[in-house]
Design a protein around this ligand. Structure first.
Ligand SMILES: NC(=O)c1ccc[n+]([C@@H]2O[C@H](COP(=O)([O-])OP(=O)(O)OC[C@H]3O[C@@H](n4cnc5c(N)ncnc54)[C@H](O)[C@@H]3O)[C@@H](O)[C@H]2O)c1
Length: 250
């Protein structure tokens, strides 16, 4: 059961990419429950509509985060709808197929890189100037333990998540003297719709690497993200937070 932090996000507004499903949706739900306003950016309009049923008052923008102009437009729409944006959580990502690197199709590789790296860059880039103007911001990029360790048969995904860690560290340092913090989380496997994109062999491999011998729950990841996205997390930036059931060793 989540602890009760009623009002933690009063007067705060968040953009959550990929917020119509899985971890992003759990974060959206918790921020709204704790008094915040949320705009989810997702490429799947039907899922946005479903999320609006679960979370009354949710704002949604159908956008592909790999489209830089589309992201700029989404930022303008969210800022107008929410009256400003204080928090950005980048959850939108795909896994790409599970296969060895030398068998990877170039188109598949590029798609993973476009969404998982460039998409995170476009969203961070679109909202940082706005946060600087407001003199407040919390950015939480979702990377993965795969980005630290490199999962076999998932090199595009692992590479993209390592890049998210690098981007978070660079941007966090650039903004360190401001009131905008930038951090990332590196979850191990959490059963969500993203599992449909992976082979059963790969899912079994990920579970075998978790000392707690279970998958994480979206609420467990959302709890950590929401703390990092809160005002209380004020002396940490350019950092990487693990939520991996004991898998992470550094
Ligand atoms: N579930 C896990 O095991 C796990 C582990 C580590 C890290 N992560 C990361 O957590 C984040 C969320 O994953 P999830 O498990 O909730 O997945 P999910 O598939 O349930 O949700 C991802 C959402 O992103 C959206 N999306 C995908 N591509 C998009 C695009 N180009 N533009 C806009 N929206 C797009 C999808 O429509 C979906 O709603 C991802 O960054 C993922 O890499 C997940």
């Amino acid at each position: 059961m989540p602890m009760n932090f009623a009002g933690r996000f009063s007067d705060r507004a968040a953009v959550i990419t990929g917020g119509a499903s899985g971890i992003g949706l759990a974060v959206a739900q918790r921020i709204v429950e704790e008094g915040g306003r949320v705009s989810v950016w997702d490429r799947d309009p039907a899922q946005i509509e479903q999320a609006k049923v679960v979370i009354p008052g949710l704002h949604g923008v159908a956008v592909d985060v790999a489209d830089a102009a589309g992201v700029e437009n989404a930022a303008a729409r969210a800022i107008e709808a929410l009256g400003g944006v204080d928090i950005l959580v980048t959850s939108a990502a795909i896994t790409g197929p599970n296969m060895t690197t030398w068998n990877y199709r170039v188109e598949d590789w590029q798609k993973v890189i476009d969404i998982n790296i460039n998409g995170v860059f476009y969203c961070n880039k679109a909202l940082v100037p706005h946060m600087l103007e407001r003199n407040y911001g919390r950015i939480v990029n979702i990377a993965s333990i795969a980005g630290k360790e490199g999962n076999p048969n998932a090199s595009a995904y692992s590479t993209s998540k390592a890049a998210v860690i690098g981007l978070t560290k660079s941007l966090g340092k650039e903004l360190a003297k401001t009131k905008v913090t930038v951090n990332c989380v590196t979850p191990a496997a959490v059963r969500t719709a993203i599992f449909k994109q992976m082979s059963q062999e790969h899912i079994d491999f990920m579970l075998s690497k978790i000392p707690m011998a279970r998958f994480g729950e979206v609420e467990e990841v959302a709890a950590l993200i929401c703390w990092i996205a809160s005002e209380e997390c004020s002396f940490t930036t350019a950092a990487v937070f693990d939520v991996s059931g004991g898998r992470a060793t550094y």
